[in-house]
Design a protein around this ligand. Sequence first.
Ligand code: 8X3
Length: 246
Amino acid sequence: MKTCLITGATAGIGAASARAFVGAGWRVIGTGRREERLKALQEELGAAFLPLSIDMQHLDEVETLAKLDGEWAGIDCLVNNAGLAPPMADLQDSKWDDLKTVLDTNVTGLVALTRACLPKLIAARGLVVNLSSVAGNYPYRGGAVYGGTKAFVRQFSLALRNDLAGTGVRVTSIEPGMAETEFTVVRNGGDQAASDALYAGVEPMTAEDLAGTILWVASQPPHLNFNSIELMPTRQSWAGFAMTRQ
Ligand code: 8X3
C-alpha cells in the first residue's frame, strides 16, 4: 500500500485530498495545526489515516515528519498543500507578522519538508505535488507577497525536477484559481460574509475538484511527469492591465 504525506489536511484541499487518496487505497499521513480537526478526519478515515499535529512554521516539527519509522516509514507521494494568504493589502499597508507567517509557511516550511523527505521519495521513486496558484503566474493588486510565494513554489517545483533528474521522482506544480475553501475566509480575517460575496454566482472550483486533480496526477504511470497544471473555474478569467491617470 502506498503512503501519501499531505500537509494542511485539516480543511479544504488538504482534507479533500486525504479523503480522495484513502478512497483510492492509499495510506495518508495528514498534518495540520488544528488537532481536533485531524482527529475527526481520523475517525472518518480510520486506520489508513495518521494524523500529526504540526505547524509548518516550526522547522524542528516539520523535519520530524520525514523521520517516521515502522509501518509509516515510507513516503511515496508528498502533497505540499499547507499554505495561506495574508489579508489583501498593498505592501505599504500590510502587517509584517501576517507576511512572515505566509513566507514561513508557504516557502520556508515547504522547502524544509521537501528537502527532508527527498531520501524517502528517491527510495520510493515517488512524486511531489506542490500547491502553487494562478496568483504566482499573474499579478494582482494586494497579492504581492502571496503571489510571490506561489511563483516561488512553481519555480521551485520546476527546478527541483532538474535536481532529481535520473532518480525517477516526479514533481508537479498545481496552479489553481478560485476555489471555495477556508482560504478566503482566512484571507478576509475570518469574515465568512466577505468570502461568500466573493464566490457568489461564480461557481468556484471545490476542494474536491482539486483533490481529484492531485489524485489523478499521483495515479499517472511513472514515465509521465506533469510539470504544471493551471486550472480555473469557467467563470474566472483575467483582468486587464491597470493604469493610473494624471
Ligand atoms: C488563490 C487563487 O484566484 O483566488 O490561490 O486568487 S485566486
